[in-house]
Design a protein around this ligand. Structure first.
Ligand SMILES: NC(=O)c1ccc[n+]([C@@H]2O[C@H](COP(=O)([O-])OP(=O)(O)OC[C@H]3O[C@@H](n4cnc5c(N)ncnc54)[C@H](O)[C@@H]3O)[C@@H](O)[C@H]2O)c1
Length: 342
């Protein structure tokens, strides 16, 4: 039997998916990337088109012929990432989120069952809603409003998780759930609606950085390289049916994040506060003990990850990476680490 793996990545033209496809292809696997490009971009995988072991198929995973088309490929592993993303998109793409998370996930799980493939599903910290418990462990059930303004994404992810769990129990599918906390890094579209690309975009345009709310809401950002290592690790060592949080270990307020980016870029723009356009979550912090027990830990600091993103965004870097630990003198969490980028 060949040791070369045949892998399907759904949502492979997205931010995380493109980084994952790149890792898998350059590690010697044969990779099919399926994506309908609703929030992804073909440019993010253009460098991979030169590889014979990589194929992009533009297709919606909710299509009724999805399983019949893909089942002949007999995948060894499936990374199921496809889902429209971005908090500002929740209203506009609510239907697509719900159908992708229900019908789409059901199709992908059926495919995994027919191929006898191992599957990893990328869920989200949003399944915890606006958490009341810190840090969030996998056993925390969260605080989610099923008809609230964020419900299309939050309940979509929760329903997908229920489907994965059912396929493990009823059909013996070898599948794990990974709950991703805020991830950033190279490969994010400059137009991505998430906070870090938005801050960069404003600086690039010479406009004020806009913070929605008072800026005291916290997030624990994780670099995409750490995430990709975690997804591959869970595929190799995870227990079917188990849920694994993955995310950064340091909480930072959105205001601190804006100040850090402002400081790193020598920007002359101001920070502007506006009322939030959607009900926001006060904070998020993952308990990652379970995935750490498999051998994972995050190694890329937020400052280094931000620096790595800057040239692609056309933002001048005013600081030398060797001086990073001396750069930022603001009030952000002093535990923010500055380890070398791997
Ligand atoms: N990046 C994060 O911080 C983060 C946090 C929590 C969870 N996640 C989850 O991780 C996964 C990847 O996120 P991302 O940041 O790369 O987002 P992304 O929007 O960049 O990538 C998702 C991809 O899925 C594709 N897609 C959506 N619906 C589809 C459908 N019906 N058929 C085929 N393709 C479809 C999109 O076009 C896009 O390319 C998503 O499931 C997301 O919910 C990401």
């Amino acid at each position: 039997m060949s040791s070369i793996k045949n892998i399907l990545v759904t949502g492979g033209a997205g931010f995380v998916g493109s980084n994952l496809c790149r890792h898998l292809v350059t590690s010697g696997s044969i990779v099919d990337c399926v994506d309908n490009l609703i929030t992804g971009r073909e440019e993010s995988i253009s460098d991979l088109m030169d590889y014979n072991s990589f194929q992009f198929i533009k297709k919606d995973i909710t299509d009724s012929d999805f399983v019949s088309i893909f089942k002949q490929n007999n995948y060894d592993e499936i990374f199921h990432l496809a889902c429209p993303t971005g908090v500002p998109n929740i209203g506009r793409l609510a239907e697509e989120m719900l159908i992708t998370c229900s019908k789409g996930t059901d199709n992908v799980l059926t495919l995994a069952r027919l191929c006898n493939a191992k599957l990893v599903y990328t869920s989200s910290a949003e399944v915890y809603g606006d958490p009341k418990v810190f840090p969030q462990t996998e056993s925390y059930n969260g605080d989610v409003d099923p008809v609230g303004p964020r419900s299309a994404y939050e309940e979509g992810k929760r329903f997908s998780e229920a489907l994965v769990s059912m396929y493990v129990k009823k059909y013996g599918v070898d599948a794990e759930i990974v709950r991703l906390f805020n991830t950033f890094g190279s490969g994010m579209s400059p137009d991505d609606t998430r906070v870090i690309p938005q801050f960069f975009k404003k600086i690039r345009l010479g406009e004020n950085i806009v913070i929605y709310g008072d800026g005291n809401q916290t997030r624990a950002h994780m670099h995409v390289k750490d995430l990709v290592r975690g997804l591959v690790l869970v595929t190799a060592k995870g227990t079917p049916g188990d849920v694994y949080n993955i995310g950064g270990s340091k909480q930072m307020t959105i205001k601190q994040l804006a100040e850090l980016i402002d400081s790193l870029t020598s920007s002359t723009v101001n920070i502007e506060y506006r009322p939030h356009f959607i009900e926001d979550h006060g904070g998020r912090l993952p308990d990652t003990n379970r995935i750490q027990s498999l051998g994972w830990k995050p190694v890329v600091s937020i400052a280094e990850g931000l620096l790595e993103m800057m040239p692609g965004h056309g933002v001048p870097i005013n600081k030398n990476i060797e001086n990073m630990s001396k750069v930022y003198t603001g009030q952000f969490d002093q535990n923010i680490c500055f380890e070398p980028l791997l």
